[in-house]
Write a protein that binds this ligand. Sequence first.
Ligand SMILES: NC(=O)C1=CN([C@@H]2O[C@H](COP(=O)(O)OP(=O)(O)OC[C@H]3O[C@@H](n4cnc5c(N)ncnc54)[C@H](O)[C@@H]3O)[C@@H](O)[C@H]2O)C=CC1
Ligand SMILES: CC(=O)C(C)=O
Length: 255
Amino acid sequence: MAKLEGKVAIVTGAASGMGRAIAKLYAKEGAKVVVADFNMEGAETVAKEIMEDGGTAKAMSVNVTDIDQIEKMIDTTIDEYGELNILVNNAGIMDGFEPVGEITDEKWDQIFDVNTKGVMRAMRKVVNYWMNAEKEGVIVNTISTGGLNGAHAGVAYGASKHAVVALTKNTGFMYAKNGIRVNGIAPGAVETNIGSSMKGVSDFGMQRAGMTHGLSPRTGQSEEIAEAALFLGSDASSFVNGTVLTVDGGWTAGF
Ligand SMILES: NC(=O)C1=CN([C@@H]2O[C@H](COP(=O)(O)OP(=O)(O)OC[C@H]3O[C@@H](n4cnc5c(N)ncnc54)[C@H](O)[C@@H]3O)[C@@H](O)[C@H]2O)C=CC1
Ligand SMILES: CC(=O)C(C)=O
């Protein structure tokens, strides 16, 4: 039996990288998947690939910095599929490895709007839906090893991801008796298109962070992260709640 048979899932940032791999694996395991991204062309391609493989998917144009678009994403999914069981908050962008002495207010806000506020707003909307409807549900947040230590990116990215760890733990704890589970994944360095979101790279920050990146045994593939997202999104993880699963090939085990 497919692991997500009968489930409806939203995956944000699903036009590329880990989001794409998660959307495809969820669909392969029986879920109806909303492929949400502000890159609509990319989202449509992923939805088409899923449907060609016999799955069910719908591309949706969503900018996670826009509250109206986030809320519409969730309302439309429930209207069209009659249900929403799994929300994967995966959309994210990198900073330019800036340390605090170099970060601008504008860059800080830009990173937080996508990586943190967008996640909180989607979680708030879906949790209220589940609570009001007295339904159970699962949230999976793509965080980062940069959300667990200070050495993997700049100050804005690290702080934005540390905040999602707190969002994950707090929400998992608060609604644990209501059948709502919330977990995160902390991937290490994974081969995706995230580099294209890096603007104005700091030589100083890159040099400092690069020292720890050099300790990573290897880079990961998006499909390896998708397997963790499948575990956390499915009933196989029914007793796992309010925690973060590191998936980094052993990179951060050594320090
Ligand atoms: N690649 C890596 O080494 C790591 C990435 N991560 C996290 O994994 C998540 C996925 O990133 P990747 O697959 O690596 O990157 P990616 O760049 O391949 O995919 C990110 C997707 O998010 C979308 N996106 C960006 N801003 C958006 C917005 N405002 N609204 C809607 N969609 C938006 C992009 O269009 C893209 O399709 C991110 O949260 C990232 O921070 C975490 C650890 C390591
Ligand atoms: C992009 C990112 O989060 C890492 C850990 O490389």
